[in-house]
Design a binder for this molecule. Structure first.
Ligand code: AOF
Ligand code: ZN
Length: 394
């Protein structure tokens, strides 16, 4: 399936300005739509869903807004994994005496029909006098997959779908790309200068993009479960890979991982590797470092042609606090190339900054996009920087 270009202002993180500004509404991000239209209310539900960033995965972050006579009654978003879904939160937030006769419900994802960790949301609506339920997109989870809509329709509730669908579907990424609970989605992210270089000889690769691009990147770090860099990038940049400079809520740090096939980080003191997991080829990993707390072995040599795939399967089989639904690789160029060649990536975020350095090194260079097989979906300008996003065609 092709992914359509999104309307301006939307990206894989959702409503892009929401990643930069804490408040949406008065003195915050202006709506892109005329107040009171279906698009307007679905945009509000999408913005509400962004409060689930970092906590709901592997559940999708869903948003729900309940409206009556053109006025909002309540809104809610998906809570932490295994906890309440968006619709239930919106119902809990209703005023005690709320009369839903004639009300409209806007929800980004089809209400669920199954009992998982939570009871089915589609049971919340019948018999309340609700005039209609507007849904952006069908739930790709095979346990639901249209059944929620069918249940609502047979219980006599009017259901409409497709409002702001491409934008919501993109914002639900990586959930929308997972096939079954075991699949881990991989995304590439890189920032380049207009020349295509990722770094100059002095290692100034950290400062290619501006504060807005950085805020968006930090938001992405909490959206995805793990963030990866290569050993060379780690040694040159000493990146923290944390969520710091984006809008609130900043509610989760990603797992931080270094791809170090040659064991270049083995001589660093442990204090410099706190919070990181470092993946090294087995033969280069000395016995005392094999306890798996910092260093983890890969069943490959640095020259193995399938090194990218071994790295992927090693990382995916590691134990983290939660299932690893998604991984973002932030560079450098060699690691990104290795993983592109192995066909690992499902999407890419690229930033092109205006910054030019004098002493360029041709070593670290990348195209402006991931190439054939990926559909462009986002084109957004952060002042002088350009953000582009692509999703692999299904
Ligand atoms: C909704 N509203 O806010 C979310 C939904 O194990 P459970 O009960 O938490 O169910 C998880 C599944 O429910 C998930 O895979 C997806 O299909 C759906 N998520 N559904 O109605 C929500 N987060
Ligand atoms: Zn549900």
């Amino acid at each position: 399936m092709q992914w359509k270009p999104l309307r301006p202002g939307f990206g894989l993180a959702g409503r892009i300005d929401r990643t930069l500004v804490d408040r949406v509404g008065v003195n915050g991000v202006e709506s892109l739509f005329r107040a009171g239209t279906d698009d307007y209310w679905m945009e509000q539900a999408l913005i509400e869903s962004m409060n689930s960033v970092g906590i709901s995965a592997p559940n999708p972050g869903v948003g729900c807004v309940i409206v009556k006579n053109g006025r909002e009654l309540a809104r809610g978003h998906t809570q932490a994994w295994k906890q309440a879904h968006a619709e239930r939160m919106a119902f809990h937030a209703l005023p005690q005496d709320a009369d839903l006769e004639g009300a409209e419900v806007f929800v980004t994802l089809e209400p669920c029909s199954h009992t998982g960790f939570q009871p089915p949301c589609s049971d919340l609506f019948p018999g309340r006098g609700i005039a209609r339920i507007v849904v952006a997109t069908v739930d790709p989870d095979p346990r639901v997959s249209g059944e929620g809509l069918r249940r609502l329709a047979t219980s006599g509730v009017r259901v409409e779908t497709g409002v702001l669908e491409p934008e919501v579907r993109a914002s639900l990424f990586p959930f929308t790309k997972t096939r079954g609970p075991k699949k881990t989605v991989w995304v590439a992210k890189w920032a380049r200068m207009p020349s295509g270089h990722l770094a100059d000889v002095d290692g100034n690769s950290k400062w290619i993009t501006n504060a807005k691009s950085r805020a968006y990147t930090h938001w992405l770090r909490q959206k995805y479960d793990a963030v990866v860099v290569g050993a060379r990038t780690f040694l040159v940049d000493r990146p923290a890979l944390t969520v710091r400079d984006c809008a609130l809520p900043r509610q989760r740090q990603p797992e931080r991982v270094v791809f170090d096939p040659r064991g270049e980080l083995l001589s660093l003191p442990e204090s410099e590797l706190e919070c990181f997991r470092v993946l090294v080829c087995n033969d280069l990993l000395p016995e005392p470092r094999r306890d798996g707390t910092v260093f983890v072995g890969m069943d490959a040599t640095p020259e193995s042609p399938d090194l990218g795939l071994v790295f992927k399967s090693t990382l995916e089989s590691m134990n983290f606090e939660k299932p690893l639904q998604s991984v973002m690789v932030e560079g450098g160029a060699r690691l990104l190339r290795t993983l592109f060649e192995s066909g690992v990536f499902d999407a890419a975020h690229t930033f092109t900054g205006a910054q030019k350095f004098d002493r360029l090194s041709a070593r670290e260079w990348l195209e402006s996009g991931p190439g054939a097989g990926f559909s462009p979906c986002t084109h957004h300008v952060f002042d002088e920087d350009v953000l582009q996003e692509w999703v692999k065609e299904d």
